[in-house]
Design a protein around this ligand. Structure first.
Ligand code: COA
Length: 360
């Protein structure tokens, strides 16, 4: 295991590890016990428009049987023509702030995790700060890390709270239907649009963020990449003509293997750091890319199926939104109850992974 960072706010120690969960530098008693990170509110949003597998079969050479067997996905939601990434993000953020009992004026920082931003520059967080009517607080995007972005943002936010207790709004949002190719069957059927959000704060809320682990293996950038648009592969007439700018290069099988390995190992690292066992985990919420990946993670962790959250059948892969949306949905539908220990785990292009332990 490599590149594990672990920071426990308000507890005895902070590990700044590289090379293994238990081989880090330990700094004792940096913070007092009252400076914890809590999730104060949850929010989620999906657009109304439903796109079924049969709908896709009318547009590309595919069918419900193939998509269901390979991915578990039955339908997904797509944004309306007049909606943008900002609209989805704002809906989820407003719900999370309302759930936290906070107004926009009480938010001290905003992080938006997305690979499908409102504009190339400036970032979605700038638009969101203005739309929500927040004060002139720090606001920034975490982009390019695929579907791991939201959990990485939890890690960043928690570290920011070490310096100064504050209320941080974190949004995971994707509007991928606007940017992907609608002709590439090996890619388009996998994704959907959604947003999810949480508000983090130092007050004793309903869910304590116990620990976060995160890591990156940059030797695998090529297994999941949208090449066109950066300085290495500039957007030009050639990429426009070939459609390369809408084409995700994906080595599906390698992504599958890495995803299972990294998401399950990240949860094991969390359990080690928090001195819990898998039997104490009430619910694992993995990134919702593919039901077969989710099943394999559950199998590796030796956790019964009923304690693994799955909604990929209804929404497809919504990138950075899957984890915060699933957290919100699981809470709304009573799948998470007070006292539950929940582990969220995600992977994304990079190759990145991250996981968080949340004590409700
Ligand atoms: N409908 C019908 N056939 C399709 C298809 C579709 N939508 N998409 C691809 N196929 C075809 C392929 O062209 C291929 O045909 P061929 O054998 O004639 O070349 C065949 O199905 C098998 O493709 P393959 O890529 O080997 O399938 P797979 O079993 O690996 O499943 C994925 C493909 C993408 C579902 C699977 O690899 C996966 O889920 N990987 C992880 C990807 C992921 O999670 N990405 C998101 C990361 S955030």
């Amino acid at each position: 295991r490599c590149s594990v960072s672990s920071t426990r706010i308000g507890h005895e120690q902070i590990r700044l590890a590289s090379g293994g969960a238990n081989r880090g530098i330990t700094i004792s008693s940096l913070k007092e016990a009252d400076q914890l990170a809590f999730i104060l509110g949850f929010g989620g949003y999906v657009p109304d428009r439903i796109m079924t597998n049969d709908d896709w079969a009318e547009l590309v050479d595919t069918d419900d049987e193939w998509i269901t067997a390979r991915t578990g996905i039955k339908e997904r939601r797509f944004a309306a023509d007049d909606q943008s990434t900002l609209d989805l993000a704002a809906h989820a953020a407003e719900k999370a702030m309302e759930d936290a009992g906070l107004t926009a004026a009480e938010i001290d920082e905003i992080i938006v995790a997305t690979d499908t931003p409102e504009a190339y520059t400036p970032d979605t967080a700038s638009f969101l700060q203005h739309r929500l009517g927040c004060r002139e607080v720090p606001a920034y995007d975490l982009g390019g890390s695929g579907c791991a972005g939201f959990v990485q943002a939890l890690d960043v936010a928690r570290a920011r709270m070490l310096l100064q207790p504050k209320r941080i709004l974190i949004v995971g949002v994707e509007l991928i239907s606007r940017l992907m190719s609608w002709k590439d069957r090996s890619f388009c059927v996998l994704f959907g649009d959604a947003a999810g959000a949480v508000v983090l704060g130092p007050e004793d809320g309903r869910a304590e963020l116990l620990d976060v682990v995160a890591g990156t293996d940059g030797s695998k950038t090529e297994i999941l990449t949208l090449k066109t648009g950066g300085t290495r592969y500039p957007f030009n007439a050639e990429s426009l003509a070939s459609g390369a700018y809408q084409h995700l290069d994906m080595d599906g099988r390698r992504v599958f293997r890495e995803a299972v390995h990294r998401m399950s190992t990240a949860v094991e690292d969390l359990l080690e750091n928090t001195q819990r066992t898998i039997d104490e985990v009430a619910l694992v919420i993995p990134h919702q890319a593919n039901k077969r990946i989710i099943d394999a993670v559950g199998h590796k962790l030796a956790i019964p199926e009923e304690r693994v959250y799955i909604n990929v059948q209804d929404y497809g892969n919504t990138g950075s939104a899957t984890v915060p949306f699933a957290l919100w949905e699981a809470k709304e539908t009573g799948r998470i109850r007070p006292g539950d220990l929940v582990a969220v785990t995600a992977f994304g292009a990079g190759f990145h992974w991250a996981a968080a332990a949340i004590q409700f």
